[in-house]
Ligand binder design. Structure first.
Ligand SMILES: Cc1ncc(COP(=O)(O)O)c(C=O)c1O
Length: 384
């Protein structure tokens, strides 16, 4: 057995690289509690405190949007946007089935019906040529997922949405910092939902998310919904508890400053993988011309996925699967809820059976990426 150990995540290395700054920011939030209590905030500045407000402003600037609202998770950002738009029972929302479960879960939580269309097999993002066939009089919105770090083809999505008067909610949990060839994330949609769970390109130390938009009414509504329906102390309508804590906001402020550099490092590693794995039997990720793919995940495909994963694991290299079971293939689906499949989902099903994500994070060394390439090449040769 090899002594090599290449893990799948780099966030502990990331913490050590920024330790002094992060430790100070966290301790500053903890120390600031007294000051806030003697002011007006009953919960100190740990919840809905000043760091959250500043982070929201900085995130909005980064996303070139007017408003960013911090919430408890990417799932909540999706779900609360649907609720704020009044999308619920009897309504349909079009999306894909080869995404993280939460994309569809948010639609179910809102009480609406997800309608799954197939993916473009090259990008694993929604096949924009299949969207129109899925539209019915009940359709209210489209949720394109910017999967693995690459934008969906938003020009086409936006054109269809405009023609049919549909909302577009971009699921950007995996692609903060990516761009299209001639558009930015959020430029063509009505709102963007982002996740800050630790393993994302911009991750806090736990769960977190945000809703980013140019629509001030939507932003205000999300601010209300995330805080028990309250915009002013003691005045409530029904909402939820979905706030982004100040400790997370303080950490995210530090990490946001590093995000573009980290994404460039991911892109450099992806180039190394692309070149090193060229000529093997694996299908490598496709970056669309002119798109800035930021490789949240570097996903290869092979019909012998399980064998390759095991081969790598035996050599100390952890590769994971995103996502090995398409949502419509989950046991018990759709659990008594309504759901609809539009056309065939053959590419989504193939993807679930064949995808394997290689180690990919800014802190991965060139030597580690090269060792992964060498191991895959040796496996590939042994099969010929
Ligand atoms: C594509 C996608 N959508 C939604 C989510 C949900 O985000 P969260 O885990 O922050 O709720 C995630 C990630 O976890 C995701 O990858």
């Amino acid at each position: 057995m090899s002594a090599l150990k290449i893990g799948f995540y780099g966030h502990v290395r990331q913490y050590h690289n920024l330790k002094a700054e992060i430790d100070k920011a966290i301790s500053d939030v903890l120390e600031s509690g007294d000051k806030a209590i003697s002011d007006v905030l009953e919960s100190g500045s740990y919840v809905m405190g000043p760091q959250l407000g500043v982070f929201e402003k900085e995130l909005a600037v980064y996303c070139k949007k007017k408003e960013a609202v911090g919430v408890n998770s990417g799932t909540d950002a999706l779900w609360l946007a649907l609720i704020a738009w009044g999308i619920g029972a009897g309504d349909e929302v079009i999306t894909t089935s080869n995404t993280f479960f939460a994309t569809a879960e948010a639609i179910w939580l809102a009480g609406a019906t997800p309608v799954f269309v197939d993916i473009n097999p090259e990008t694993c993002n929604i096949d924009v040529n299949l969207i129109e066939a899925a539209i019915t009089p009940r359709t209210r919105a489209i949720i394109p997922v910017h999967l693995y770090g690459q934008c969906a083809e938003m020009r086409a999505v936006a054109k269809i949405a405009k023609a049919h008067k549909l909302r577009v909610l971009e699921d950007n949990a995996q692609s903060l910092g990516a761009r299209g060839n001639d558009f930015e994330i959020g430029e063509l949609g009505d709102a963007v939902a982002t996740s800050f769970i630790i393993q994302k390109n911009l991750g806090c130390f736990g769960d977190g998310g945000a809703l980013v938009t140019d629509d001030p009414d939507l932003a205000t509504n999300i601010r209300r919904l995330r805080n028990h329906g309250s915009l002013k102390r003691s005045f409530h309508s029904i909402g939820y508890n979905s706030r982004l804590d100040d400790i997370h906001a303080a950490v995210l402020r530090i990490k946001l400053r590093e995000l573009d550099k980290w994404n460039d490092q991911r892109r450099a590693l992806a180039k190394l993988y692309d070149e090193g794995l060229k000529g093997t039997s694996l299908k490598l990720p496709t970056a669309l011309p002119g798109y800035r793919h930021i490789y949240h995940l570097y996903v290869v495909e092979t019909p012998h996925r399980d064998a390759l994963q095991q081969y790598l694991q035996e050599r100390g290299i952890t590769a994971l699967t995103h996502y090995p079971i398409a949502i419509h293939q989950q046991e018990g689906y759709p659990w008594g809820h309504s759901a609809r499949i539009s056309g065939s989902l053959k590419h989504s099903e193939r993807s679930a059976a064949q995808v394997l994500s290689l180690p990919m994070y800014p802190e991965l060394t060139v030597e580690e990426a090269q060792a992964t390439i060498d191991a895959i090449r040796a496996w590939d040769k042994s099969r010929k």
